[in-house]
Design a binder for this molecule. Sequence first.
Ligand code: HAM
Length: 414
Amino acid sequence: MFKRVPGTRDILPDQIKQWQKIEQVSRRVFSLYNYLEIRPPLIEESSLYQRSLGDATEIVQKQMFLIQKGEDSYALRPEGTASIVRAYIENNLDKTGNLFKSYYMGPMFRMERPQKGRYRQFHHIGCEVIGSRSPELDVEIIALADQLLCSYPVKGYSIVINSLGCADDKKRLTAQLREKLQNSLSDLCDDCKVRFEQNVLRILDCKNEKCKEIVQKLEMRDGHLCDPCRGHFETVKAGLASLNVKFEVSSNLVRGLDYYTGTVFEIKHDNLGPQQDALGAGGRYDNLVSELGGPQTGAIGFAFGVERLILASESPLTDAEPEKLVYLISLGDTAKKQGVIVLNTLRNAGIPADTDYEGKSLKGAMRKANDLKAPFTLILGDNELQKNTIVVKNMGNGEQKEISMTDLVKYLSA
Ligand code: HAM
């Protein structure tokens, strides 16, 4: 028997309602903020990710699903931001003169060690805005993330924000950190010893207990920020406060991808398992568009992990009232043939309808109608066929009525 690839999951029909609900709510909220959907491909040239996420990042070094075809190297997308910036530049969207406000949903792929809340194929719901450095846009993006969570609804999360500052500030932060960590180097975990050389900022959010302890004593503040970046961050914080969006500032929040500058944020939740606590994350990447060959322009976005949204939700994220189905029971071969036409008529009139294709007895078919919580069961036998009628049973009160076939749609719609 074939098994699914470790770290992938089948989203089965009895789970799909949760997914559809999250997607539907997201589309609604994104449209309130005037974001339009974008669907970039699932594969890109692997060098796109090396360039944008950074050669020394964990994703590029260890987690990319690579496909080598002759000279060409492709990767299954590990995230959406790089593709969207590539699409923005390639499709000349910078030339439209409009702020580009986009959202996306779909699978991402990372070669991780699978565990609760961490998969090799997982799903993002995210957004990217390209074309502005306005701090009010940072406020909009974080408020949008907050409104999405309230609308799903997910409770008990916290929004943590920080500012990495501009490229020069990041260099300053890196240098400060190297200096502060120099004496603790031998106590860091093996991964952080490598990070010290290649990507020292990542030590700040290492999950190893010993590293966390060392980092907590560092007392990083925002001393690395230049005046304009400090001003930007102050405006963002004041803007969030004016909207009553609750947030904490943590100078240890640095994010794992190289493209970030300025405001970064993460949304944490306790229900996600011991190894991860982020429901979603994002931030500014004001240099990425130009680094990938586009204009020098500001950009910001975030992505939620859908599997983690579902894990964090206390009750199933489904509609209270699923759409009601009418169940048809056709008794005998002639009735079965006529039943196909009845079903077709109902569906064309917008009434969800189904029937038995498994040769169930009348009792078995009634049980099925009960399982499906059908409000009405239709019974069609030779008797009804002759009179061009059908029996409609109200499953709520057990009442049966014989209705003329021509009145059926009208009757059920009422
Ligand atoms: P990220 O932090 O790598 O950021 O991923 C965003 C979210 O995806 C995480 O907070 C988590 O909820 C979910 N996630 C990540 N990896 C996995 C996994 N292996 N299994 C399940 N869920 C996972 C980004 O990808 C950035 N592109 C976000 C962004 C958009 N920044 C700016 N714009």
